[in-house]
Design a protein around this ligand. Structure first.
Ligand code: NAP
Length: 479
């Protein structure tokens, strides 16, 4: 009798697992393994598990949607990772006993290790808060990251997940992010996409992951997409444009498959055995997977109107260029970039470090290059650094490329909006509110001629970011 294993789920027909484990068995000389995909509806899970317990030839299963959570309660014992993540994705059957594991955790740890992405003491941003996000966050807790921030469509879900993990890993702070303003001082070593946006058959809207351009990247910071099919995803493309180093989901997939193998058949301890199984599986999968991303419908749409194709936002610090820019990009399905963030990630230093170590002139020349590059983009929203338009060459380029919108605000509005971050602004640090107001007033006066070069002005006093977006859409972009 052959030994049997299966992937169970519903739907399950698309699963890569049968091809993957059959290939691995042939490479590792296991001739008597039969691996199948079994469609198991939620109401049939109990019946399937009694079969798994009673048939000695069945060595275990991989578990996929919708059984990963239910399996946690159905098995006899559970690994710490599976308990912590709240999901079982591998079951080992032994003499009628079922043990549940979660191999996504080790998959993430090994993928980061192979990429030489060191997260101990570092800050990490995660898009999504589902099962894969929890596994990644658990791995980051194991690796003693400093802070793990979840950014999720459903904020409450993220808050809950952060709470659960926080009680398990005292050295790591887990936190759900509501507004980008909360992270303006964070420097990220790693950003992770754990949403399905960009998976085969799940197009990512054009504005998805616009936050990538806003987040500050540490030198050599990685963007890790857990998606492995296709290999090149919209998340990775956008991250690379914003200066992050790309890491696709394939390494995680392979490491978690090898971890599954080791649970069932024992450790691959022969010299170079693990590495060569990895390499074989990788080249096998590279032949199987789609190389390119699913294109969102909007990507392929030709634009029919003659309205500007690029919007540059300018204005005083604190006026809300980034917040408005991201909301506008999302509304339009365009990309978002921030010149200061791009300069920082290209130089591997903060703007203030560039100023103090290399001088303002150097900063301005980096800024000129970044503005020149961005003025060639289309369907893009660009937030310009406060002084970018003082350079005549940059000014000419952006005016030729699209709409240049000055977001204006009265000094009192700026004082209010800067209330929580003034201490970090070199120009305002240490001043009382009234002194700040005066300082802002005089800076605004000095910069007026620069801002007058904008093609449009929007008065933002008393408006929320969404209302500013509406004014731009109606007043500038509607033609
Ligand atoms: P999941 O539990 O269903 O979680 C999905 C997450 O994505 C949720 O946070 C959800 O937000 C968010 N999301 C879904 N659709 C969205 C949309 N249209 N806009 C914004 N956010 C959206 O799924 P999962 O099991 O974590 O899997 C997620 C991804 O990880 C999949 O693409 C899978 O292929 C990948 N993965 C890869 C590996 C590997 O080995 N490389 C292993 C496991 C998973 P809400 O909470 O707001 O619904």
């Amino acid at each position: 009798v052959k030994r049997q294993a299966a992937v169970i789920g519903s739907p399950v027909s698309h699963s890569l697992s049968p091809a993957l484990f059959t290939f691995l068995a042939s490479k590792l000389g296991v001739r008597d393994l039969e691996y199948t995909a079994r469609e198991v509806a939620p109401e049939s899970l109990g019946f399937f598990l009694s079969e798994l317990r009673s048939r000695a030839e069945m060595i275990g299963v991989n578990v996929t949607i919708p059984h990963k959570e239910a399996m946690l309660k159905a098995v006899d014992s559970v690994s710490p990772e599976a308990t912590g993540v709240g999901a079982v994705n591998v079951v080992k059957a032994r003499e009628g006993e079922l043990i549940g594991y979660n191999t996504d955790v080790i998959g993430v740890e090994k993928a980061l290790d192979s990429a030489r992405c060191e997260v101990r003491g570092k800050d990490i941003w995660i898009f999504g808060a589902g099962g894969a996000a929890r596994a990644a966050a658990y791995a980051l807790g194991n690796l003693e990251a400093r802070e793990v921030l979840f950014f999720n469509r459903d904020f409450e879900r993220a808050r809950k997940v952060a709470g659960q993990l926080g009680s398990r890993f005292p050295r790591t702070r887990f936190h759900a992010v509501k507004s980008l303003e909360e992270v303006r001082d964070h420097v990220f070593t790693l950003v992770i996409n754990s949403t399905p946006l960009g998976m085969k058959n799940v197009p990512a809207p054009e504005g998805a992951f616009a936050e990538l351009s806003y987040l500050r990247a540490a030198p050599d910071a990685f963007a890790f997409d857990l998606i492995y099919n296709p290999r090149q995803t919209p998340f990775l493309t956008r991250a690379t444009e914003a200066g992050w180093k790309p890491l696709g989901g394939l390494a995680m997939l392979i490491h978690q498959a090898l971890a599954t193998w080791e649970i069932w058949f024992g450790k691959l301890t022969g010299p170079g055995q693990y590495e060569s199984a990895y390499a074989d599986l990788e080249s096998h999968l590279l032949d199987t997977l789609e190389p390119r991303p699913a294109i969102a419908a909007a990507d392929s749409k030709k634009t029919r109107h003659a309205a500007p194709q690029t919007v540059f936002l300018t204005g005083f610090m604190g006026v809300g260029k980034s917040e408005v820019g991201i909301a506008l990009a999302r509304h339009l399905g365009w990309s978002f970039s921030d010149t200061d963030k791009l300069i920082e990630s290209e130089a591997g230093k903060s703007v203030s470090a560039i100023f103090s170590e290399l001088g303002e002139e150097h900063f301005r020349s980096l800024e000129r290059q970044v503005v020149a590059k961005l003025s060639r983009s289309v369907r893009a929203v660009v937030s310009l650094g406060g002084g970018a338009l003082m350079d005549p060459e940059s000014l000419a380029k952006v005016r030729a490329a699209g709409a240049v919108i000055y977001l204006s605000a009265k000094p009192d509005t700026l004082v209010t909006r800067l209330r929580n971050s003034a201490y970090k602004r070199p120009l305002l640090a240490g001043l009382e509110p009234e002194e700040q107001r005066e300082k802002i007033q005089s800076l605004l006066e000095a910069r007026r001629p620069v801002y007058e070069n904008a093609t449009h002005t929007i008065e933002t006093d008393g408006l929320r970011p969404q209302e500013i977006v509406e004014r731009i859409v109606k007043g500038v972009l509607a033609k």
